[in-house]
Structure formats: C-alpha cells, structure tokens
Ligand binder design. Sequence first.
Ligand SMILES: [Zn+2]
Length: 462
Amino acid sequence: MKYQEEKTSQNESKIFIDPPAQAAMEPVHSNHSTPPTYESRQDIFKTPEELTDSLWQCIQTKNARTALIQIENATLYQQYVVANDNWLMNNMMARLPTKERNCIADILYHLIDDTGMLIRLVDIRFGIRIGSAQITNPDVLTNAQKIKRYQLHHNQEIEAPWTKSGVIRLYGGFLKLPQKDLREIKAILAIQPKNASLESISGEAHTNKGIVGLRFNDELLNNKEDGEFTEPDAEQKYGKADTSIGTNIFDFTTAHEFGHIIDRKHGYSARKDFRKISGWQEHSHNDLQTLTESIRDSLKNPYPDSFSAQERKLCMRCAEDLIRQHPAPGNEGKAIQYAITRSLNATFEFGNTYSGRPLSTIRPKIAGSGLIMHIRQAFAESMPWLNGELFPDMKRQIHESYRGENWFSYRNSAWTSGKISKYQFRNPEEEFAELYASYHTSEKKGEKTPKQLRKWFEMNVK
Ligand SMILES: [Zn+2]
C-alpha cells in the first residue's frame, strides 16, 4: 500500500509518517526485565491455589517482597495461573509498592491471556494508554480523536483494536527503553487501512501530543528488517553492513517513533554537534537561488562542458523554476518542459531565436543537464534516501526531505562508513530517531550502533 509522504500541521504538531518496510518472518522472543535479587526464600507450593492464597496473604499483610519472591520461584504453570487471576492481579497492582508491583508485572505480562488486563497493566506499569478507548485525560483524548479523524480523512485508515500479541510485544519493547522517556508517551494507537490488508509495519509520531500510531497486524509482529530500509550489499561495497539489518521491525519502529517525541522535547537533532557527525547541512526552500546554487555545487558535473556561461545561467534559472513549480510525481517531464520554456521566454523575446537557432534546440540540452536530472530525482516524493545507493555524481548528497520544506545534504562518507539504515539520511530528525531505535533495541545497548553516533548518544542522550 502506498503512504502519503507528508507532514500535516494540526495545531503545529509535527507528524512523521514513516513508510513501511518489508521483512521476513522470524520466531518470537519475549523480553522481560530481571527483577532485583533478594535473599531468596525458596517457597515451594504444590498447587497454584496454594500460591494464590499465599499471595493474597502477602497483599493483606503488605509483604510485597515475599510476594515477589514467591512469584519469581513459582513454576511457569503457577505463574500462568496467577497471571490470569484478574482479581489477584488487580489487587497486587493496586496495593503493592511500585517497585515490587513493577517487577511482578514484568515477570507475568507475557503469560496473560486477557487483552483488557494487559492493557490495564501497561497503563499501571508505564502510564501509557493503549488505544483511544483507554484515554481518560480529556486533552489526550481530544488529540487522539483528532488523529483518528485525520487518518480516516486523509488515509482511509481506522483505529484498530489491540491484540494480545501486539500488547505483549509492545510491553517487551518498553522494557528496553529508559523509563524517563516513556513518561513522554501518552498513548499508542493501532492503525489499519479501512478496506485493505496491511503488508508491512510503519509508524507515525504526533510529537507535541505524545501520541504514536503504529500500523501492524499479528502476522507482521516478528518480521525482521531485511532490505527495504537497508542496503543489502553495503558490506561488499564498503566493508560495513547496515546495522539495522535483522532487527525486529515492530520494536524498531516503536522506538523510532518514541525517538521523535524525545527529540522534540530536547531538540537533539537540531544541535550542531549532532549534525556534524554526518555532515548535515540544511538548505532553506525560501531562498531558491541559494538552494539551487547548493545543488549545483553538490554535483560533480552540473552541466555539459560545452555549455556557455549564458547557457549555464539559463540552466540555473530553469532549475530554480522547476523547484518552485514542484511537479507532482510522474509529471516532471512536463514540468521541465514548462520551466525551460518559461525561463527561455523570460530571457529572450517570445518567438525569438537563441544563438541563431530556435529556442527549442537548447531545451533538450538543459533537460538533460546533471542539475535538472538531479532535481527531478531529489524531490521528497521520490524518496531519494531510499535509493539503492548514493547518487554517484554527487560530491555531497542533497535532497528535499518533506514536500515543500527545507532541503538537506550530508557527507558521502556518512553513508559509506557504516550506517544504521538508508532511512537515517532523510533528514537529521530521522537520523536521530533511527539512532534512538538502534541504540535501545539491540540486545546489548548500542552494540549495533555505528561508533560515532553511539559515542555522541552516550555522551548526550542516554
Ligand atoms: Zn521517523
């Protein structure tokens, strides 16, 4: 399915709509945190009922540590019985101190069958609402409803109910993230197309509302990144594979969207020291002349050697006009013709000749110039950052990041010296979100994150 690559301005909210990736199926792994170690009193219960009775005693006598130790040492079947005793679970969650309560939740969550109980548990444990039906804060609810209306209106999508597997996967992902960061997340909505099936996972962050939308279904939950967002032969080409290859897409996408929310709060991706790592430069779309010059200067061969000074000037004018027109995808050909004709007519009297030849003779020369050719492929709709490789004729890579907004350029070596994914090169905000996901979702924090980015992240964010 096709996604609108766009950013809307609902109450100045910045919405990152990240396109889906494709991946292969992999078996499920559940993640849960290690509870604190207490001197263990090995309580052995013969039946689950003995354990539940004892836990109830613990609640009444406020003996949280004993409750935790008993659950830790219980058999998997006993734990399963406890996890699915809603009355006992509700009492433990409501009445035990936070630390022990959280540890118990982390041990038991993956055994819970009741999705409603799981959703309540996530709320209690992390303060995050799963689905708009769970939202009680009127401001958050209003925002979630706006998002729902927006999804339906623009993308023909609906908010879908969360499944047990979805919430369990989400919970496991939360355990990998800094708890202080989770406080910035208000709600997570599951989104699905209204009249079509979903083929890959994607997400969006409504950054000033703290709301994340995730598109997925249960069949996609264990998919791993295998090439859509990464360069499959990066290792052969540069000696370094893209590090997000093989990561779980659901976990990575969720963390990526959280990264946008954390970034908005702290302004990480706008920092000079962050942008220096990949050599980012931002090129204002409000100054088209300077932008066009930057594109020209990024190219090894912006025009054919045979171009005269006047032809070069004309080519620059056409390039500027082409950016101003910003043709819809597939219409570049027409737009280029129009831009060139307009520039020619503005430069020469209409119907006049150029160097003694009809104006039409220079048109194909300009259309075929490196400058015009690059602009055609560098508009946001073409998603140039997802190209298989670097544009080879560029000294620096430069493209439009979101339609009608500023352009960005980065150093070629940032791409070849070991990257997370191709998507990190959309703009610095996406690079930060990819960095955040890469750092937190790997088995050992940061182990898959490129060295420079990891170093910066550990010094400034972690
Ligand atoms: Zn993003």
